[in-house]
Design a protein around this ligand. Structure first.
Ligand code: SF4
Ligand code: SF4
Length: 76
């Protein structure tokens, strides 16, 4: 039986590069993107989790810690 699955989107123009979400994700699914956004920050980037052992559960921890409300969480 499949567990809960989720995904997130990160608005790279809202992101201020504080990286709280990177520290918060229990599966290490968020990384720093290597292109600057229009405000000069390197935004956080959802890596998708193609690895079965590191799938997004839609727990929303990342979204809760984001001070700029840049993360939307979707659950299947
Ligand atoms: S917590 Fe929000 S503002 Fe901070 S890096 Fe993550 S998406 Fe960007
Ligand atoms: S919803 Fe949970 S598992 Fe998915 S990216 Fe955010 S913190 Fe990680």
């Amino acid at each position: 039986m499949a567990g809960k699955k989720g995904m997130i989107t990160i608005d790279s123009e809202l992101c201020k590069g504080c990286y709280l979400c990177i520290a918060a994700c229990p599966y290490g699914l968020i990384e720093i993107f290597d292109e600057l956004n229009q405000f000069g920050y390197y935004p956080a980037h959802f890596t998708g989790g193609n690895d079965k052992n590191r799938e997004c559960t839609g727990c929303a921890t990342c979204a809760l810690v984001c001070p700029d409300v840049a993360i939307e969480v979707y659950r299947e």
